[in-house]
Ligand binder design. Structure first.
Ligand SMILES: Nc1ncnc2c1ncn2[C@@H]1O[C@H](COP(=O)(O)OP(=O)(O)OP(=O)(O)O)[C@@H](O)[C@H]1O
Ligand SMILES: [Mg+2]
Length: 503
């Protein structure tokens, strides 16, 4: 007997049909996976279920009754807890304070100490490893996600909805989140989770629903369907799995030498890290998030300061250069696409100019260029298949994956000889992920040097010429994707101490 029945849910945004007559049943004790291409309507359906957004048509039934969910408070009152694609935490507050604030409207006024105790209890029970007194800004994305999950459990939600929870996690963390979801289901909770990864669907879900162009194109028992069938339903064709990356490499472009730095908490984040990236080389930096990867990318791109050591580009020292200088010499795809990457309220057209504007000066120049900016943006939108394609739309109206396409398009079209890419395919559907991999490999054939930081080891193995594993700020080992076997990689990763900032 389903606990949640969504019946004929329809939602338009202007001329766009985000959800069209979608019906899905969610059963207690089961994990239900929801997947589909970027822009297929997954987040919209979730927003409707969690009261963030109003459907134009259709009904939601909970426990056999029509549920009127007009606000997030209504959803929480009906036992629905949601983990969104973009987290909803106050950076400058602690974990416990965030959870207290989220409890406003609950009848009982909670004392902070009680909250701290309950967080510790939930954290232990579910193996979530969250310190109630840590500030959000000190936490890695993986740890912030565990805070969101604690918040949901704190409110005793029976229905737990997660929008792409694994996109921000490394392989081990994905495994443990999957186990947590399965054990929550075993306790009788009803779970709906969005993912782009077919192996997660196969490993963690009981049922799977595929959306395409806003419609439900199929709901299956997971054990009765093959991943290839799901892929074809989702994107309409097979997605190739291997890419040829072999070609000669050129001279050294980027050299990082004995680089040391502290993290935002003042603790050592990088210790004497040295490596080079050659022209035409794709160098991967892998490992569990929070082991120095983010600091490394930030220092190279001028957004964080090193303590000692040097960064040179084509032999020129660029250590601790300003971000505006760096913008002129390399492309940068940051891991947080809204924030460092895009400005959500600006139009797509203006977002495409954010980094190239560093070169220009004078308001007149800017005004005169508006037409040209729009035209160039239209080209970029077409090349990188951003949907919808209207350059005047504000960026926040794009789905997560389409924002990522815009960001990648902007940085790649700057035509730099070096690109730093952090979690470049986070949130992209399988087809778009393949396109980005192919794009990077094509650029490497044109002798562009690329540094890819990713928690997704499969991604690094597919496209990189070499992979460094960072562990506690040090290079724990180097992987040659062609010769290193899986057991050796497993041992390298197993040797990792995990996430030092997550305490
Ligand atoms: N607030 C909004 N205003 C206008 N259009 C929107 C808004 N939110 C979503 N859309 C549009 O609705 C469609 C569905 O978007 P949605 O975010 O649900 O996709 P998704 O399946 O979650 O994609 P992704 O995998 O990229 O996260 C897209 O075309 C998107 O641009
Ligand atoms: Mg989405």
């Amino acid at each position: 007997m389903p606990l949640v029945r969504m019946k004929g849910i329809t939602k338009h945004f202007g001329g766009i049909v985000a959800n069209k007559d979608i019906s899905v049943d969610l059963i207690p004790g089961e994990v239900h996976a929801l997947l589909g291409e970027n822009g297929a309507g997954k987040s919209t359906l979730i927003s409707i279920l969690s009261g963030m957004c109003h459907p134009d048509g259709g009904e939601i039934h909970i426990d056999g009754e029509v549920a009127r969910i007009h606000s997030p408070q209504d959803a929480i009152a009906r036992g629905i807890g949601t983990l969104y694609q973009h987290f909803m935490l106050w950076e400058s507050l602690t974990v416990a304070e965030n959870i207290v604030l989220g409890s406003e409207g609950h009848a009982v006024v909670l004392r902070l100490q009680e909250v701290v105790d309950r967080i510790n209890h939930l954290s232990r029970n579910y193996g979530l490893n969250v310190d109630p007194n840590a500030y959000i800004w000190q936490l890695t994305v993986g740890a912030q996600q565990r805070v969101e999950l604690i918040r949901i459990l704190f409110h005793q939600a029976d229905i737990i909805i997660l929008d792409e929870p694994t996109a921000v996690l490394g392989p081990q963390e994905v495994g443990s989140l999957g186990e947590i979801l399965k054990s929550l289901a075993a306790e009788g909770k009803t779970i709906l989770f969005v993912t782009h990864k077919l192996d997660e669907v196969m490993r963690f879900s009981h049922q799977v629903t595929v959306l395409r162009d806003g419609r439900n194109v199929g709901t299956f028992r997971t054990d009765q369907v093959k991943p290839e069938q799901i892929a074809i339903l989702m994107v309409g064709h097979q997605v190739p799995s291997a890419i040829n990356t072999t070609h000669p490499l050129g001279p050294t472009v980027l050299e990082v030498s004995t680089l040391s730095a502290l993290n935002a908490r003042g603790l050592p984040a990088l210790k004497q890290v040295s490596f080079t990236v050659r022209a035409g080389e794709i160098l991967g930096v892998g490992g569990v998030e929070g082991n120095g990867q983010e600091e490394l990318a930030s220092i190279i791109t001028g957004l964080w300061k090193s303590q000692s050591g040097t960064v040179t580009l084509n032999g020129v020292d660029i250590t601790n250069a300003s971000p505006s200088f760096i913008a002129r010499v390399m492309g940068y795809i940051p891991s947080d696409r809204v924030g460092t990457g895009l400005i959500p309220r600006l139009s797509l057209a203006l977002n495409t100019t954010l980094r190239s504007q560093a070169r220009r000066s004078g308001v007149d120049r800017w005004l005169l260029d508006l037409k040209a900016i729009r035209r160039r943006a239209q080209d970029l939108i077409a090349t990188y298949r951003v949907h919808p394609s209207d350059p005047d739309l504000p960026a926040h109206q794009l789905s997560g994956g389409n924002q990522q396409r815009l960001l990648i398009g902007r940085e790649v079209s700057l035509d730099r000889r070096l690109i730093i890419a952090a979690q470049p395919t986070r949130g992209l559907d399988i087809d778009a992920t393949y396109q980005v991999h192919q794009l990077f490999v094509d650029l490497s054939f044109k002798q562009v040097a690329i540094l890819v930081v990713s928690t997704d080891l499969e991604e690094l193995l597919k496209i990189c010429h070499r992979i460094l594993i960072l562990s506690r700020g040090e290079i724990a080992g180097t992987i040659d994707p062609d010769t290193t076997d899986r057991t050796a990689i497993g041992l390298l990763l197993a040797g990792q101490k995990g996430d030092p900032r997550a305490v």
